[in-house]
Design a protein around this ligand. Structure first.
Ligand code: KG4
Ligand code: ZN
Length: 337
């Protein structure tokens, strides 16, 4: 049995997890509240908050797992993509640990890890994990991708966004409505009691399996501006219907492309992953589409959808089996590499 301590610090969550093979023993996440008042993540403040949180978060991950530091077989961290200053905190921490305990160091790519959250051994035996090859729609604050996962460490991107990510589409729409950052979860909350057919927003015509969300954002901005010109209280009066309508359009853009990808590849094990996969509208419509299309559908547990270190741990486990270790010259990268 291999025990790995994994750290995730790519954006505004300081997270640590311990796994024993594919089973997650602990998954601790400390979300940085400091960014809320700025309406977005401030990189310098994120780095500082990671520095403050990392020791207590790692301590708690070890304690919850009931594992001592000297029992850890390897130390893993998110290497890319993300905010460089934020990534550095996790990378240097993992390096120090690996050096002090003379254990392997494993570098993990964040987007690959979001996909592999679907391979974490489920707590309930009847819950299965996907078979290879599987398709994954990975939707986060910075990325939107359709990936063919041929084996844990072999992932091929077959479609991606040409501009904004799905999470940005949620967050920017929320900002236009005057909601605080990050707005995605709030749109989800208000959408629950709204009518998704009340307002109509355009679906972009993009070739192939790629996505675009910038046109939708502009259409939404003008729609709200015009409606407020006629009635100042339009947003307050219709918040639930507006949220349900914009959410429903973002979800249909995502799922139409996923359906196309499944048709083109003939793959029937299909997953979603990333922060936006926590969205209740997407989860519901994805399961519905899966039943219509005869797919086996998979969604990570809620806590493994948004940024977390459990997904870094599971990816590191596969890298450990493949002996993909780093030396201490490894550096984080803001861009995917
Ligand atoms: O994967 P993630 O936690 O971080 C990145 O790697 O970017 O994704 C964050 C994104 C944010 O845009 C956030 O608004 C969105 O995921 N998000 C949601 C929900 N929960 C998180 N969007 C819609 N509905 C949600 N329930
Ligand atoms: Zn993420």
């Amino acid at each position: 049995m291999i025990k790995i301590l994994a750290i995730e610090s790519s954006c505004d969550e300081t997270a640590a997890a311990v796994c024993k093979d594919k089973v997650i023993l602990s998954n601790i996440i400390s979300s940085q509240k400091i960014h809320e008042k700025y309406g977005g993540v401030v990189p310098e403040l994120a780095s500082r908050a990671h520095l403050q949180a990392i020791v207590p978060v790692v301590d708690q991950a070890l304690e919850t797992a009931g594992v001592e530091l000297n029992e850890i077989d390897a130390f893993a961290f998110t290497q890319s993509p993300g905010l460089i200053g934020a990534l550095l905190v996790g990378a240097e921490f993992a390096k120090s640990m690996a050096l002090a305990f003379n254990k392997p160091l494993i570098a993990v790519q964040h987007m690959q890890a979001h996909v592999l959250a679907n391979l974490i051994t489920p707590a309930r035996a009847e819950n299965k994990t996907p078979s290879f090859p599987f398709l994954c729609l990975t939707v986060s604050g910075g990325h939107t991708q359709i990936v063919v996962c041929e084996s844990p460490l072999q992932q091929k991107i077959i479609g991606q966004t040409l501009d904004d990510a799905a999470g940005e589409a949620f967050d920017k729409s929320a900002k236009i409505l005057g909601l605080p950052y990050p707005g995605g979860p709030l749109i989800d909350k208000y959408a629950k009691t709204g009518d998704p057919h009340k307002y109509h927003f355009p679906e972009p015509k993009i070739e192939g399996l790629d996505f675009s969300f910038s046109g939708l954002k502009t259409a939404f901005l003008y729609f709200i501006r015009d409606a407020k010109a006629t009635d100042q209280n339009f947003v307050e009066k219709n918040l639930a219907d507006i949220c349900a309508s914009i959410q429903s359009r973002i979800v249909s853009i995502l799922l139409n492309k996923l359906k196309k990808a499944a048709e083109e590849t003939g793959i029937t094990d299909v997953c979603i992953a990333g922060g936006v996969s926590a969205n209740s509208g997407l989860r519901f419509e994805f399961e519905k589409l899966g039943r219509e299309e005869g797919w086996n559908t998979f969604i990570p547990k809620f806590e493994y959808c948004t940024d977390n270190a459990a997904m870094i741990a599971i990816t590191a486990y596969y890298k450990y089996l493949d002996k993909q270790f780093e030396d201490f010259s490894v550096v984080p990268s803001a861009r995917t590499n």
